[in-house]
Design a protein around this ligand. Structure first.
Ligand code: IYR
Length: 250
């Protein structure tokens, strides 16, 4: 049904130029639309100024492994998770779930399990090429940040939903959706003046058990969140310039 013709009743005979698949959703309720909320154009000078400021802010984001143990209010974690939850997602399934941990015993359990897996990864699972690629980043199996940081936020991907009768409800573009949510989480943490690190323990299975999540979920990232330590360091890295990451037209 063309957008410009909102009065045509559903179930009406499709126009001859309408694709046949349109008939397949005729039994479904009419989708509800509302006016785009809270949008007001801003002038170009302000757009430029805001875009420049946001870029400069994000360009200062760095990943450090050196976290302070200073506490962080729970509301800040809630706001970062709410921000992550604004991500677009396949069929609006919102297939992200966050487990926020500040219980020191649980943090210690996650750290111990992660380190056990990472020791095997760094010693046995990684190829020499991979180990060499990571060498400049100074990573190893010791994950002190998992207990130093006041919060651990574990991001799970909901691979499929579960209906009350136990049947599976398909989710779509889960990796893409969860990846976008993770990016927004990282940005939110940064603009609030905190730091996080996207830790990817491998394999991740232990997190589902330790955090009592369902088999329809898969842990994707463990993100310690906190203040950087006053002596925090980062590897000496540079980001690619614009011309290396963009092509304008063909
Ligand atoms: N998951 C391991 C190893 C690791 C892998 C990559 I690729 C990194 O960019 C960083 C670390 C770990 O978290 O240590």
């Amino acid at each position: 049904m063309p957008e410009s013709d909102p009065v045509t009743p559903r179930g009406a005979v499709a126009a001859p130029d309408e694709p046949a698949y349109k008939a397949l959703t005729r039994h479904l309720p009419e989708p509800r639309f509302v006016p785009l909320p809270g949008y007001a154009r801003i002038d170009e000078a302000r757009m430029l100024a805001q875009a420049e400021t946001f870029y400069q802010t994000m360009a200062r984001r760095r990943t450090t492994r050196h976290f302070s143990t200073d506490p962080v209010p729970r509301r800040l974690i809630e706001l970062a998770i709410l921000t992550a939850g604004t991500a677009p997602s396949g069929a609006h399934r919102q297939p992200w779930r966050f487990v926020a941990i500040d219980d020191p015993t649980l943090k210690a359990r996650v750290r111990a399990a992660a380190e056990e897996e990472e020791l095997k990864t760094y010693s046995e699972r990684m190829t020499d090429e991979w180990r060499e690629a990571l060498h400049p980043l100074g990573t190893d199996h010791v994950k002190a940040h998992l207990t130093d940081a006041p919060w651990l936020v574990v991001l799970f991907a909901e691979k499929y939903g579960l209906r009350p009768d136990g049947s599976h409800r398909k989710n779509y573009y889960v990796d893409e959706s969860v990846g976008i949510a993770a990016g927004l989480f990282v940005a939110a943490i940064h603009v609030m003046g905190l730091v996080t690190l996207t830790h990817t323990p491998n394999p991740m299975g232990f997190l589902r058990d330790a955090l009592c999540r369902g088999t329809n979920e898969k842990a994707v990232l463990v993100m310690p969140v906190g203040y950087p330590r006053p002596d925090a360091q980062v590897p000496d890295l540079a980001r690619l310039p614009l011309e290396a990451i963009v092509q304008w037209n063909a």
